[in-house]
Design a protein around this ligand. Sequence first.
Ligand SMILES: [Zn+2]
Length: 236
Amino acid sequence: MSPAQPKPGEILVFLIRRDTVCAECGRELYHNSMITLEKERGALCLECADLDHLEFLPSGDAALTRRAVKHSQLKAVVVQFSRARRRYERQGVLIEPEALERAEAECLEDAERRERQRERRRIRDADADQRYIATFAERILELFPNCPSTEARAIAARACRKHSGRVGRSAAAKVFDPQAIRLAVTAAVRHRYTDYDERLLAGCDRHQARQMVQPVVQQQLNNWSAAETARPPDAP
Ligand SMILES: [Zn+2]
């Protein structure tokens, strides 16, 4: 986001990092003061910019911010430059005090309704997880038709837990590609149908343990694959 390109009608206010002076009244403005920047005049304090009657609402409460901004005729977006991320970041908004009061009242009124909405969202997300697991299990059964469906579902559930935190839903397609499915199934077989875990616990080197159980893993994968579509052994 460039501070030079506010949305139409949007006033930008900057939380400054370096001390400066108001170009109009000459007041000293210290670190974390709010200013506007005008092309001709430079930094202006909020009094000189005629914004000092507005109230600062920090970012964090999305519903309150959305409502307060909607009710406020005059409003400004407050940004600060992040040195670490090298970009301007939104800190909050300046809005008319009456707009904030109205927004707070509205949020109090329907707090319960919004809690129910959040609950519905949680349920929707859980449904999405269930669909993901079902799709993953179907793919497993396409590649390994003789794999018991309860087994396929258990493997899919495990893969879902593993991925839900790390890849977004948009990346799910990638997770469903045959290679990813094969890896998930291979790992599951290794853990459930061999003594791989015991070997690890006994202090066996991971690479070596994999090699030792590989014939058992491959045998199980072959059993689960349809005879006519049996594939050459995959590397562990
Ligand atoms: Zn001033």
